[in-house]
Design a protein around this ligand. Structure first.
Ligand code: AMP
Length: 473
């Protein structure tokens, strides 16, 4: 048997040599050439692979901001649920027609900003907003037979192909809420209050701008007057606004162009075209806002430019300095009443009202505030460190038991060095590290190290949960 083995080994060797020789003859040169070739293969130049980048205007929300986003989400969830809204989650892709029908042609969103594509013969869009989607869902699921009002909230990414800049992204998140099936000024006030208090609960002092654009009929009469006026001032308007006179004249009232603003100042105001009912309805909302002590500004030029709004429109804004330190308004959210929208999309006539808040902009303001005011109290934490194999396994169990008991700890079980783990605990800002060594595993104890003073005490492993709760509280 052994000679056989030897023969195989020799055979293998021979094959190898033959292989090499056949590949790169003459043999001497091959060896000399083969080495640099192998080096070349790992040279950075050859290996340089172009890493795909995230798309312009779209960004990653990084772990370093996770706590901020978690707070914003939980605050949204708490406030929406305390006002009686239940969460609606829908797909990000819809039939494009849903938005064209509801938001309307002549708006920036529909004319320029939608991400459109065709798939299996369907014209599809990534959702640019969610009011229309909520209405679609309300109709599709026959919610008009549910106890009214139906109150839904959402938190979802939106997609608009706009020019990216600070606070304007092509994928951004909105928190919003919609109420269906009840028309009463108190509902409008409640919707405004939910949006306002969401922002306020996060520590931002924002203001509400509010206006009424009346019923569709009020608006038709007003538009005749407005278009007449704008035509008479055409030469003073920006090119963009000139184009809008026929397409979407109301949108001109939103223009930030200085020349346009001068024309708008003297433009007829929609409030003078409101029916008595719409005027009274609006006044009632204002009374509720006074009652709720929500700061507001009456803004006769606020129209929100989408086809579906009726009566109430509002925006929530925050004053912040721009690059030249001039104060500018940053719109954090907006909304209004849309009594005809459910019917417009094929449902039973149902009144509706809602808001959406741009969460990325809220995050921007919160970060700016953190920068100005300092980071505040760091989150308290403790670290579990281990030394040795047995301790590693016991630590894994302890961490799992703590998690089941609702206690979170920092740790890195893959790190073997105790020094490295203690350094990591300091980096996290943990006030205490619980250290488990071979001896502690055997004794059923654990060392608790105060990271500031360096003092240590030993406690029973059964008391870990209690001790951590005491430290974290
Ligand atoms: P809108 O209904 O268009 O007024 O949007 C409601 C809120 O969403 C705005 O007040 C902004 O805070 C936010 N928002 C709208 N467009 C964008 C965008 N492109 N990027 C980030 N936030 C946006």
């Amino acid at each position: 048997m052994p000679p056989k083995k030897k023969a195989t080994a020799t055979k293998k060797k021979t094959t190898k040599v033959v292989k090499k020789t056949t590949k790169k003859a003459p043999a001497k040169k091959t060896v000399a050439k083969a080495k640099p070739a192998a080096k070349k293969a790992v040279s950075p130049k050859k290996r340089a692979v172009k890493t795909p980048q995230s798309l312009r205007g779209m960004r990653d929300l990084l772990p370093k901001d996770a706590q901020l986003w978690k707070n914003m989400f939980h605050t949204a969830e708490n406030i929406a649920e305390s006002y009686g809204f239940a969460r609606l989650q829908t797909p990000l892709v819809e039939e494009a027609g849903l938005f064209v029908k509801s938001i309307g042609k002549g708006t920036d969103i529909v004319d320029k900003e939608m991400y459109l594509f065709e798939f299996e013969g369907l014209k599809l869009a990534l959702q640019p907003e969610m009011t229309a989607v909520t209405v679609r869902s309300f109709i599709n699921h026959g919610m008009h037979v549910d106890p009214q009002p139906v109150k839904m909230w959402y938190w979802s990414p939106m997609y608009r192909h706009d020019r990216p800049q600070a606070g304007r992204y092509r994928q951004f998140y909105q928190f919003g809420a919609e109420v269906f099936g009840e028309k009463s000024p108190v509902m409008d006030a409640e919707v405004i209050s939910t949006a306002y208090h969401y922002i306020k609960d996060l520590g931002i002092d924002a203001q509400v701008k509010i206006n009424s654009i009346g019923t569709l009929e009020d608006r038709q009469n007003y538009l005749v007057e407005l278009v007449g006026y704008l035509r008479s001032k055409r030469s003073y308007l920006s090119e963009e606004s000139k184009k809008r006179i026929n397409k979407n004249p109301l949108r001109i009232l939103d223009s930030k162009d200085e020349g346009d603003r001068m024309v708008i100042e003297d433009a007829p105001q929609i409030i003078d075209w409101l029916s008595e009912d719409s005027k009274n309805y609006f006044m009632k909302i204002i009374e509720y806002l006074d009652e709720l002590e929500i700061p507001y500004v009456l803004d006769p030029t606020l129209v929100r430019g989408l086809d579906y709004y009726t009566d109430t429109v509002f925006e929530i804004f925050y004053e912040t300095p721009d690059e030249e330190n001039k104060m500018k308004e940053l719109a954090l959210g907006g909304g209004g009443r849309y009594d005809g929208l459910v019917e417009m999309l094929g449902g039973q006539p149902t009144d509706g009202c809602g808001f959406s808040v741009g969460v990325d902009r809220v995050a921007l303001v919160l970060k700016q505030k953190m920068h100005e005011e300092g980071p505040g109290e760091p989150e308290k934490c403790v670290y579990i460190a281990h030394l040795g194999d047995q301790a590693n396994r016991r630590a894994l169990r302890i961490i799992e038991d703590l998690r089941k008991g609702g206690i979170q700890v920092k740790h890195n079980l893959a790190k073997a060095s105790l020094k490295g783990q203690l350094e990591q605990a300091s980096k996290f800002g943990c006030s205490h590290t619980f250290i488990l060594g071979q001896k502690e595993v055997q004794d059923g104890t654990i060392i608790v190290r105060d990271m500031d003073s360096g003092s240590q005490e030993t406690i029973d492993q059964k008391k870990i949960g209690k001790e951590i709760t005491k430290i974290l509280s």
